[in-house]
Design a protein around this ligand. Structure first.
Ligand SMILES: *Cc1c(COP(=O)(O)O)cnc(C)c1O
Length: 384
């Protein structure tokens, strides 16, 4: 069975982790500091802070932005639940705004009408690795003094005309996930990049219980043991050997993305002529991180429902997934925040007609061919 996605770990990654396990410090340690500075440089940001997961990174970013009870925030409904949960953790009220159907990213026009007087944070999601229109989103957010946090979980390695995603050219912070299925992995892990020293300090404190050493004589000196908790925090730290894996993976990110790009191009060539299939749209002048290959079906042409297509593909050895059940349709959001079907028609229509096909760097040429012929056969049968 070809999975819809998979990690890519080679012998050099294994050697890097083995070396790190022999060091004096398991967590944190020298590899962590080096991983953070290397990521910051790769993204073109002043700072990067590593976390135990992408979800922890988003939670920390919301905290650093000062999000709290009484505040609200807006994210895309067509995302992984963590994009909204991070605001709920902080006691905030999450709202959503609809997507633009071509890129399936947050629609700036929808954001303009969704902004409220209590909107503290906006979290655009770079869906499938395609960067959002950050310039327009940031311009809207500025009119309300709203903090902009990019959910770049799909987009480490994506490029825009204003530089790499993560340089925070039009945001306050950018968050990334290092889960096995993302651009690069540390097993579990996450990152926040920022250019603002105050945010960098808050993120670092939040990661480790809010404990402060007595730098600059901030409090009375009771002795060398003394640390003071100055803010509520968590244990959201990343291990040193995970950071060693991250450093090793980061060296390969360009080859990972170009392999993903190559597979994407081959799928486009094979599938753009298939009846009833709409291939993913990548805007000009950007480089997608190609996290997902999401096709959409035209149900006027295809006479099979998606469950049947998924089942036929499974029988042909091809794994698929749907990204995502819109967040506002999850039980928790319907019951806790009065969400219901019909609120975000574009996101709901996208969900109803989409399917993610296998895409990951270590796919072999044979596996790519198997997906191309298997998917083409299933679609031809479904359109006869
Ligand atoms: C993966 C993902 C996250 C969460 O990252 P974890 O590392 O799994 O906690 C957040 N947002 C989006 C859009 C994701 O795809």
């Amino acid at each position: 069975m070809i999975p819809y996605s998979s990690h890519t770990i080679d012998e050099s990654d294994i050697a890097a982790v083995s070396d790190a396990l022999r060091r004096a410090m398991l967590s944190p340690g020298p590899d962590l500091t080096r991983f953070e500075s290397t990521v910051a440089e790769y993204c073109g940001a002043r700072f990067a802070v590593a976390f135990s997961s992408g979800t922890a990174a988003l939670h920390a970013a919301v905290h650093a932005a000062g999000g709290r009870e009484g505040d609200s925030g807006i994210t895309s409904p067509l995302s992984f639940i963590a994009s909204a949960n991070c605001m709920v953790y902080a006691g905030m009220r999450p709202y959503f705004c609809d997507i633009e159907p071509l890129t399936m990213n947050m629609d700036p026009a929808a954001l303009a009408t969704a902004l409220r007087s209590d909107t503290k944070i906006v979290i655009p999601v770079h869906y499938a690795g395609v960067p959002c229109d950050m310039e327009r989103i940031a311009a809207l957010a500025r009119t309300r003094n709203t903090t902009v946090i990019e959910d770049g979980a799909h987009a480490l390695g994506a490029l825009t005309q204003n530089g790499p995603v993560g340089n925070c050219a039009f945001s306050d912070m950018a968050c990334f996930s290092l889960h096995p299925l993302k651009s690069i992995t540390t097993g579990e892990g996450g990152l926040v990049t920022t250019n603002q020293p105050v945010l960098h300090e808050r993120l670092t404190l939040f990661r480790s219980h809010g404990l402060v050493r007595n730098a600059n004589n901030r409090f009375p000196d009771e002795g060398p043991w003394y640390m003071e908790m100055q803010d509520l925090g968590f244990n959201y730290r990343m291990n040193n050997f995970q950071a060693a894996l991250g450093l090793s993976q980061l060296q390969k990110i360009e080859s990972f993305i170009s392999r993903r790009e190559d597979i994407h191009r081959r799928y486009d060539q094979a599938f753009s002529a298939l009846p009833g299939v709409i291939v993913p749209h990548i805007p000009e002048k950007i480089r997608s991180a190609h996290h997902l290959y999401v096709v959409r079906f035209d149900n006027a042409v295809i006479h099979a429902d998606r469950r049947e297509i998924v089942e036929s593909l499974r029988q042909a050895g091809i794994g698929t997934q749907v990204h995502y059940v819109p967040i506002h349709l999850h039980h928790f959001y319907r019951t806790r925040f009065d969400c219901h079907a019909g609120m975000f028609p574009q996101a709901e229509a996208a969900y109803a007609s989409m399917l993610s096909l296998p895409l990951y760097p270590k796919m072999t040429d044979d596996e790519i061919e198997q997906v191309i012929s298997g998917f083409s056969d299933v679609i031809r049968r479904a359109t006869q």
